[in-house]
Design a protein around this ligand. Structure first.
Ligand code: FAD
Length: 487
């Protein structure tokens, strides 16, 4: 055994199975302590009701129970992690601290601070790849450069996954669990309550969003029989098409290796229809964006393609009012407003609608994509810097493999195509329920008499459209002309 005592620091990997850092710590140490820190450097900036904090709280409780069932324990702190981890390491007199890689610039800086403090105390810091299948420079072009285009990246990713099947192998925990350090004498039996952390309950429980390892496993079981139809069903927000696993992938209550292994096994056995490969491709998008952020940290706050930073966005009181209307779902475009209501009420937004609402903000309202990105970051349950930034830069055409700037979604056509019967719109905008399937996508085109018969008055029950799409489209093409000049 290399180490007498070690510490595993859980962050966005809240599970007690197939866990790279925990596995390596257990294999190399006589006794392994585990810790989770409610990091005040992150939590202090959040509103006092936050579904993600609720989710973490429930998932940490399940993790602690699972570690106890395995004979170990979870130390739970509420402090600034960059200071608390070296302090705890000293208190426990561990030889080394183990964690899994995080690719976000602020997390990289925090981990560097921790590693330096540990080294100063003659302790070691180890971190491992865990939240992606391939990271950093593991998938490179033939000229040994990071990819900037998704499809060739995906092809190289698939080739490497097939060539190195070990990349999907689980990092076992249970067989080594005897080396988990038992609860310390005098350790508090109860975990901190939400109130003690300074938070009030959100509506997470009301929404019945499943939490923890058990929640992730239930969602995946529910999704697997639907995977074969994913390619078709995923585009229609009124259908139960996607897996709803993004929050679990964000907080690591599920193992990505397990998901990929299961879906690849299914495909190799001739199952999964046309849907399974498409779902796998989405997981590869996640790896792709994590790699893009790691290789190009300037995307946090700046365009991937710097020429796009020259675009002059709308600013001032009118733009602020338009932004507020977008945030609150008052644009007068039903699909956009229903999507924003879904986000505001549940913290989830369907992928198709993320694309539609992002495009609307940028290309119909002319507002800087970073404002929308920040709003999503605050409200999305699954907020992930890399994927959120990738999605927004795709929509603003400034990203690595983005929608061309002249491709501008028509919010009405998108609505007619992807919510043809208006089922999704009616779910979130009950005031439009009475409108027919054809009328519901653009209420301002419905004759006033007909609206009145249905007891709908535009401006009273539902807003007039904030902009005319055709005019906004022309303005956007002019706004983006600067890119053509610079490119
Ligand atoms: C503007 C915009 C912002 C986004 N912000 C986020 C974000 O903050 N966090 C986030 O996880 N995803 C984000 N996405 C990607 C995608 O919308 C969500 O991952 C997906 O809707 C989550 O639902 P699901 O778990 O049911 O997905 P499924 O359709 O079941 O897909 C399975 C998993 O694949 C991954 N995935 C799917 N699509 C993408 C994608 N386009 N990019 C990267 N990974 C993907 C996710 O981890 C997802 O859970 C964003 C997309 C856009 C257009």
């Amino acid at each position: 055994m290399t180490f007498k005592t070690s510490l595993v620091w859980f962050r966005r990997d809240l599970r007690a199975f197939d866990h790279a850092a925990l596995h390596h710590a257990l294999c190399q140490s006589q006794a392994v302590h585990c810790v989770f820190v409610y990091d005040t450097a992150i939590l202090d900036a959040l509103p006092r009701r936050d579904r993600r904090v609720d989710f973490i709280h429930a998932s940490v409780a399940e993790l602690a129970a699972e570690l106890r069932a395995l004979g170990g324990d979870l130390i739970v702190l509420h402090a600034e992690a960059a200071e608390a981890i070296p302090r705890l390491a000293a208190e426990l007199q561990v030889d080394a601290v183990f964690a899994n890689h995080d690719y976000e610039p602020q997390a990289i800086a925090r981990d560097a601070t921790v590693a330096t403090a540990l080294t100063h105390d003659a302790r070691l810091w180890f971190s491992f790849k865990d939240q992606v299948i391939f990271e950093k420079d593991e998938v490179l072009t033939l000229s040994q450069k990071p990819y900037t285009v998704y499809t060739p990246y995906k092809n190289a990713w698939l080739k490497k996954m097939r060539a190195e099947p070990g990349c999907l192998a689980p990092f076992d925990v249970a067989p080594h669990a005897a080396r988990l350090a038992p609860p310390r004498a005098g350790a508090p039996a109860a975990l901190p309550s939400l109130g003690e952390l300074g938070f009030e309950p959100s509506n997470l429980a009301e929404l019945a969003i499943p939490t923890g390892m058990s929640g992730a496993s239930a969602l995946f079981e529910d999704f697997l029989p639907r995977a074969a139809r994913y390619d078709v069903a995923r585009d229609f927000p009124a259908l139960k098409g996607p897996s709803y696993l993004s929050m679990h992938l964000r907080f690591g209550t599920v193992s990505l290796r397990y998901l990929v292994r299961t879906i690849v096994d299914l495909m190799d056995r001739g199952g999964g229809g046309d849907g399974a490969p498409v779902w796998l491709a989405e997981l590869i998008w996640r790896d792709f964006y994590a790699m893009i952020l790691y290789q190009n940290p300037h995307v946090e706050g700046g365009a991937f393609k710097p020429a796009y930073d020259a675009i002059a966005w709308e600013t001032g009181p009118e733009a602020d009012a338009a932004f507020a209307a977008w945030c609150e779902g008052r644009t007068g475009y039903p699909l956009v407003d229903a999507a924003m209501a879904q986000l505001n009420q549940t913290g989830y937004m369907h992928n198709r609608l993320r694309m539609v609402t992002a495009c609307f903000l940028i290309k119909d309202l002319g507002i800087d994509w970073r404002r929308g990105e920040a709003y999503f970051a605050l409200h999305l349950n699954d907020f992930d810097l890399a994927s959120n930034n990738g999605g927004w830069q795709w929509a603003s055409s400034s990203g690595c493999d983005a929608q061309p700037y002249f491709r501008i979604f028509n919010p009405v056509t998108q609505s007619e195509k992807f919510d043809a019967g208006g089922r999704f719109i009616r779910r979130y905008l009950p005031q439009l329920k009475a409108l027919g399937d054809k009328e519901i996508h653009a209420p301002w085109l419905v004759p006033r008499m007909l609206l009145e018969q249905k007891n709908i008055v535009l401006g009273r029950d539902y807003p007039e459209p904030l902009v005319q799409h055709d005019e906004a489209r022309k303005e956007t093409l002019e706004r983006y002309a600067v890119v053509k000049v610079l490119a």
